[in-house]
Design a protein around this ligand. Sequence first.
Ligand code: PEP
Length: 258
Amino acid sequence: MKTYIVGNWKMNLTIGESSIYLQKLLKRIKPAKGLEIAVAPSVIALQPLRMQIDKIKSKVKLAVQNFYHRDYGAYTGEVSIMQLRGLVDYAIIGHSERRYLFNETNKDIRQKVAAAIRNGITPILCIGETENEKSFGETVDVIKDQLNSGLSEIDAEDVKKVIIAYEPVWAISSNKGARLAAPDDVAESINTIREELKAIYGSAVAEEVAVLYGGSVNPNNAGAYLTIPGVNGLLIGGSSLISDHFIDIIETAKRVKG
Ligand code: PEP
């Protein structure tokens, strides 16, 4: 199983800033077997960054942060995953900012997962409970519900191409008062995800699905999250905006998982 380090830049960095960041990343990181590095810039930066990567045949991958689930048509202002083919390898889907700031429903999310698979792009399906859900003891139910509905159009063969990212919403740094999730709590939720994948698809298939952790990961705590059993990598927001921090986390992943 590969280890994935994915940086979500959200609505930050201009095209120029993205390009300078990528240049630094490409210069400083050496390819390592089994380690997959991806960044998700703003959609307008995807094409220039793609050209930068292709020019030097780097293995760094690009991810899109959002798209519309239909392939083409009269959907003013939208970008389809079909149009993103050749630009990105990964698509972040169901991020809590999309769910709660832009009211994306479970139906939108499952349609996007299916659209990504249909177009040969790896979905990174984000799931996780809010602060309220956690306080009502609903974490397990929320995880199972989001997992089942997100994957409801995906069969056992295709689910191996899906990456799940467990991101407790209360631990995401853009949320007021975000706090660090204790590795033991994360381990419990990762276990819930693996058990649910087993229940849906069987053990052999479930073992082939990569599960990432995301939520205020930084260079100091990355090692602790990466050593949780069943964690195959990290989805990083805030810390991925500082290239030195992102590179530090990549180095940690090489040490811990190498
Ligand atoms: C995220 O938004 O996916 C995320 C994990 O953000 P942060 O690392 O800033 O908590």
